[in-house]
Design a protein around this ligand. Structure first.
Ligand SMILES: Cc1cc2nc3c(=O)[nH]c(=O)nc-3n(C[C@H](O)[C@H](O)[C@H](O)COP(=O)(O)OP(=O)(O)OC[C@H]3O[C@@H](n4cnc5c(N)ncnc54)[C@H](O)[C@@H]3O)c2cc1C
Length: 437
């Protein structure tokens, strides 16, 4: 058996390790290094690091669909992807102190009233319960330790020599820690979003080829909630979508309701928009907001294109707001959402040419929503722009997620192309299965 080192004790790394030892792999040959803490010492404010990674302190929503949560079916095929996600959900239930409390919401039918204008993505979501995640993490950890796996906590991997199968690590804080090294036969690189800069450094250092990416850009749409209530009753975080033959598709993204506020984000020095929902009843405002995001394929250098567009859609050091009838809303702190209101002329003369004609897709989307949600009319506004900068996805062998240049180095989870718990865990299990073979 080979010596396996897993960098990152997040959802992907832990599911990989579990699959290995469940199948008789000698746990003493597996080492997991994480810069966070074990589940008995991890503090609630340590959101991104430690046992189960960002997934360990997350909302605990396990989505179950290959179109949600990043790339999986691309590598594995649809059927295998669903089977892998099943395994992840089973693992979460297995270590749950009260598995019977894990609930599944599963809207089953597309409502007739959105047809023929939109498709609605329907997918089951398993709600683990945030409060239980730390208990799950402890039970899971105890199991892996009982199988002989060696965990190294509060320790950061600072460099990896892919040619010599050698990684360098140091206990935290790195400045004070002594640099140590470790040899591996197989490496599972599972550093999640908190390790994305390190992943990028390695990609640059080893000139790793990556997958072509698409542009993901659009607006944050906001309107009073009652216009959308009949759809919210069916699916709280509804995902309307439409796809065209020329590589453009649109989807509503990250819907917030009840106490829903548009959030200002700063990305690379420019203002872009997102949204969030508050839980405390004192914040109820009866609003709904969601992104209308276009995915545009085949744009050369999508990152540069998106950054240029975002940069041009700024005025007075902030983003833009257009509405046929409304004014920008308040934030939950009772400030006005930072934006420069524009009129229809500016929309036509500035926004549309800047988006090179693609804005028409968003206008059509809104026009069709007016046909589906009959009371909507002009009672809406859009904050411009909302953008998703997709991090580079290294090119891997689809059968085992190993780098095409280094076949014993497997990238998994958010460090590869995932954006969620089930897909990240599924990556880990998929790699473990290839190693068992
Ligand atoms: C607040 C929040 C809520 C979320 N809610 C949901 C949700 O409800 N449903 C859902 O599907 N997704 C959710 N997500 C996303 C989900 O948590 C991630 O997609 C998932 O955890 C990714 O798994 P991963 O294993 O790739 O990375 P992670 O789970 O992030 O784990 C990566 C681990 O690597 C470690 N690490 C990083 N760099 C190094 C290094 N150099 N050396 C050593 N260790 C390192 C980190 O400490 C971390 O523990 C949420 C994320 C956040 C932040």
């Amino acid at each position: 058996m080979k010596k396996i080192v897993i960098v990152g004790a997040g959802v992907a790394g832990i599911n990989a390790a579990t699959k290995l030892v469940d199948n008789g792999y000698d746990g003493s040959l597996i080492t997991i290094i994480d810069m966070g803490k074990d589940p008995y010492n991890r503090l609630p404010e340590e959101v991104m690091t430690g046992m189960l990674g960002a997934g360990g302190w997350s909302d605990g929503k396990l989505t179950y669909h290959t179109a949600i949560g990043g790339q999986l079916a691309k590598y594995t095929g649809e059927e295998k992807a669903m089977e892998l996600m099943d395994q992840v959900i089973t693992n979460f239930k297995r270590f749950h102190p009260k598995p019977e409390e894990v609930q599944c919401s599963n809207p089953i039918a597309e409502p007739d009233f959105i047809k023929p204008y939109f498709g609605l993505r329907l997918f089951p979501v398993w709600h683990v319960g945030t409060d239980y995640l730390s208990e799950i993490a402890k039970n899971w950890y105890d199991y892996l330790v009982s199988k002989g796996i060696n965990f190294i906590w509060e320790t950061k991997v600072t460099d990896i020599n892919f040619n010599k199968n050698l990684l360098g690590y140091s206990s935290l804080p790195v400045k004070l820690g002594k640099l140590k090294s470790l040899l591996y036969d197989e490496l599972i690189f599972a550093v999640g979003k908190s390790g994305i800069d390190f992943a990028q450094e390695l990609a640059n250092q080893y000139e790793l080829p990556d997958e072509p990416k698409s542009v993901q850009i659009g607006v944050r749409f906001e309107a009073p909630q009652h216009h959308f209530q009949k759809l919210i009753d069916i699916s709280y975080d509804f995902k309307l979508y439409r796809k065209f033959d020329n590589g453009v598709s649109l989807r509503s993204f990250c819907t917030n309701n009840n106490a829903a506020y548009v959030a200002v984000e700063e990305t690379y020095g420019d203002v872009t928009y997102n949204g969030h929902a508050k839980k405390d009843p004192k914040y109820l405002n009866g609003m709904t907001n969601f992104g209308i995001i276009m995915e545009i394929k085949d744009i050369e250098d999508p990152f540069k294109w998106s950054r240029d567009v975002v940069n041009k859609l700024q005025s007075n050091s902030t983003g833009l707001y257009y509405s046929p009838s409304r004014k920008p809303s308040d934030t939950s702190e009772k400030n006005i959402v930072s934006s420069t209101p524009i009129n229809l002329d500016t929309l036509n003369d500035v926004v549309k040419p800047t988006m090179e004609g693609y804005f028409q897709y968003i206008e059509d989307f809104i026009e069709d929503m007016k046909k589906v949600f009959l009371t909507l009319g002009d009672d809406w506004g859009v904050y411009i722009p909302e953008v998703k900068y997709l991090s580079p996805e290294p090119l891997v062998d689809y059968t085992n997620l190993a780098l095409t240049k280094y076949p014993n180095v497997h990238f998994v989870g958010d460090a590869l192309s995932a954006r969620g718990i089930t897909v990240s865990g599924a990556h880990g299990i998929y790699v473990a299965e290839s190693l068992i073979k």
